[in-house]
Design a protein around this ligand. Structure first.
Ligand SMILES: [Zn+2]
Length: 719
């Protein structure tokens, strides 16, 4: 039988692995045996004690000598335990009493998801074409780029309730159901029955929802139960036990993770709860699943960083390392954005404030992963004595020259595959999607080396990467200056230069020779404005706007910040749209009156209450519960009003509000939440006026107009 593994998960009760195997047309459920072996380390007495304990449970044990983990190099005596079935070894809490705590005992290979372990040990990939005879044979090499793919049947599922979306809850009656591109309006019972029939007839492999984890799946289950309809969303009626929603703190910011509702025999992708689906679609998920051996249904809810970790686990197991039980391991990894903000070392060259013409932008392609790859940086390669003559700059750690480390092994294929997909992406969109997912995996692989709750964190590796990056950056700036370029700004892996265009190619070649990394030309700005900090006029890294190859590029300004109300984003964008007409810096200076006119007309609209209140709404993330805020600020007031309307908002979730009286100390007067009926009579004109001038200053400061000057000019010409 030939086909693809669609989904796989353990059935602990039965002691089997469940596999949903997708053949050419149909999908079959297969249950297979799997012995989830694990290891234990202890002193002599502890090992004897454990042998007795596991024998009583009918587990076979054996003494073996193994290298215990990535960081140690000597073999030790261990107890290898064979449960003889699928056993969740995390279920060691029972043993806790017997062993009088786990003192003197270390466990290995106990906290790796069993689906992934099974796939790695059997040397097969999910979503790869397999042959099943007595055992499994994977018919496709991992390195293949243009692999076969099952013809997955995908269906979209949506619902509308009697209450509008922002107010719906599980008590709301169902009004209509969308299945694929068809929307049905009937009474609730017939809708549920129709859904069952449709799913049976179409037999989809993938169900896509918007908010299925947060609302739709538990909602449908609830409505079906209420109406006594036996709903079958998966290929089996039962749902997996769900994980409840949770919130966790990362970098001082509270992040909410919705609950998850995977289905049995069918993949449920909640498009709103899947970062990787948003970036790479189903093609991207399949690529990541094949590379990490994490099944798509579980993978789609994970962050790119936790996949990097899964890939490291895969490489470590393939290389016969054991994986120590990490009790404080967090799968709720920092969000990708936090990782990008994480300290990347101090290699920044302050920008030269003001407007510059004909500026060249150059980038190192995937700089951090390339450093890991080219310089073989990994926990087990650092400190190896064979690398005495190859030391990390500044830090002087020797690095192994003979064997490639686990992290480079993970990173290298990601870099190579992405390059190949990028070249192919013009031919076929699915290659583009795969390249996009790989990009996000590459972006996060550096941050996790320094994250203490990650499995293979190693602060020395983290430091070594930044040390190399700093050396490469400074060396490149030096080369640029030697070749008569003026360096206007530089930040980590990007450079903004002024100089002769025909010297770019020789410069790139020289840098490649010196650093072993590839520098790429991003393009040329007809002009670019680097912006200062308003308090003291010093240049701010990565805050600028300009015209790069006929496109507006903006970084770090209000128009691209998530929490800016739409009215002000619109203001900055229309200023820049106008500025796009200027081909040179002096043309830009000449258009100041027209720019002030744009600001003036928006200001007049704001003052005469002619702005739709929806466009002035702030969306902010609550970091605490309403009663935990000590002073009455905007967020507390918003939370208070949500609560009054019986809408629960947890820390990490967002609140949306209009500022109605910014000076008020009363929760009901300070703001008005977006759920309520809003009128243009509600907003606090003075408060929003102040924002308008600040937002305008951020742009016009490059032309010598600060807030005072803007305000005066705008107001004067009105009278
Ligand atoms: Zn070595």
């Amino acid at each position: 039988m030939k086909g693809w593994i669609l989904d796989i998960y353990p059935d602990i009760k039965k002691g089997k692995m469940v596999i949903w195997f997708r053949a050419k047309k149909h999908c079959y459920k297969i249950e297979v045996d799997y012995d989830s072996v694990f290891y234990m380390k202890s002193d002599k007495k502890g090992l004897r004690q454990a042998e007795k304990y596991y024998e009583k449970k009918d587990f076979r044990t054996e003494r073996v000598r193994r290298i215990t983990d990535l960081y140690s190099r000597k073999e030790e005596e261990l107890l290898k335990v064979y449960p003889g079935k699928v056993f969740d070894p995390r279920d060691q809490l029972q043993a806790f009493k017997f062993f009088k705590g786990f003192k003197n005992k270390e466990f290995y290979n106990v906290d790796i998801p069993l689906d992934q372990r099974y796939l790695i040990e059997k040397e097969i990939k999910p979503m790869s074409i397999l042959k099943k005879k007595r055992g499994w044979v994977d018919l496709e090499d991992e390195r293949v780029i243009d692999y076969s793919k099952p013809d997955l049947r995908t269906i979209y599922l949506g619902v509308s309730t009697e209450e509008k979306k922002s107010k719906r809850r599980k008590e709301s009656r169902m009004k209509a159901l969308t299945i694929g591109d068809e929307t049905l309006n009937e009474d609730e019972v017939s809708l549920l029955q129709r859904l069952n029939r449709k799913l049976k007839r179409k037999d989809p492999d993938v169900i896509l929802t918007r908010g299925g984890d947060e609302f739709l799946v538990p909602y449908l289950a609830h409505r079906a139960e209420l109406n006594e309809v036996g709903l079958k969303l998966g290929r089996e009626a039962a749902l997996h036990p769900s994980k409840e929603g949770s919130w966790y703190e990362s970098y001082g910011r509270v992040v909410y993770r919705p609950p998850s509702y995977p289905l049995k025999g069918r993949i449920h992708i909640d498009m709103e709860n899947s970062f990787l689906y948003k970036k790479g679609g189903l093609d991207g998920l399949i690529e990541a699943s094949r590379l990490s051996r994490v099944p798509v249904q579980r993978l789609c809810r994970r962050s790119p960083g936790s996949l990097i970790n899964a890939m490291e686990v895969k490489e470590a197991l393939k290389n016969d390392y054991l994986i120590p039980w990490k009790k404080n391991l967090s799968e709720d990894f920092k969000s990708t954005i936090d990782l990008l903000k994480a300290d990347r070392g101090g290699h920044i060259l302050e920008p030269k404030v003001g407007v510059h013409e004909e500026v060249i932008k150059l980038d190192f392609a995937s700089m951090y992963p390339s450093i890991i790859d080219k310089y073989n940086l990994s926990p087990e390669t650092l400190g190896c004595t064979c690398g005495e003559d190859r030391k990390v700059p500044e830090l002087d750690y020797p690095v192994c020259k003979k064997e490639e480390g686990i992290i480079p092994k993970v990173v290298k294929p990601l870099i190579r595959r992405r390059q190949k997909y990028k070249k192919l992406s013009k031919k076929n969109e699915r290659f583009e999607k795969r390249a996009d997912v790989l990009k996000w995996l590459l972006v996060t692989c550096f941050g996790y080396t320094g994250y203490k709750k990650a499995r293979f964190n190693c602060i020395e590796v983290h430091e070594s990467i930044t040390a190399y990056a700093r050396e490469i950056f400074l060396d490149t700036v030096d080369t640029a200056q030697k070749m008569d370029f003026e360096v206007l700004h530089g930040i980590v892996d990007s450079l903004w230069l002024k100089g002769e265009k025909d010297k770019i190619a020789p410069f790139i070649e020289e840098v490649g020779k010196n650093t072993r990394l590839e520098l790429e030309e991003e393009g040329i700005y007809s002009w670019i404005a680097f912006l200062p900090r308003l308090s003291d006029g010093i240049g701010v890294p990565n805050r600028y706007y300009g015209i790069l190859e006929d496109e507006i590029e903006m970084k770090g300004i209000a128009a691209v910040r998530a929490d800016t109300p739409r009215f002000f984003k619109g203001l900055q964008k229309s200023l820049l749209e106008k500025m796009k007409d200027a081909e040179t810096g002096s043309e830009l200076t000449q258009m100041i009156e027209e720019l002030l006119d744009i600001i003036r007309s928006r200001w007049i609209r704001l003052r005469s209450r002619d702005v739709e209140p929806n466009k002035l709404l702030f969306t902010k993330t609550a970091s605490k519960r309403v009663d935990e805020y000590l002073t009455v600020n905007e967020i507390k007031s918003a939370l208070y009003q949500y609560k009054e309307m019986s809408f629960r908002r947890k820390p990490g979730q967002t609140v949306t509000f209009l500022v109605t009286d910014s000076k008020s100390k009363d929760e009901n007067e300070k703001v008005k939440v977006g759920l309520k009926e809003l009128s243009s009579q509600d907003y606090d004109v003075e408060y929003y006026e102040d924002i308008l001038f600040r937002i305008s200053e951020e742009i016009l400061i490059a032309l010598g107009y600060d807030r005072n000057k803007i305000e005066k000019t705008v107001e004067r010409s009105r009278t």
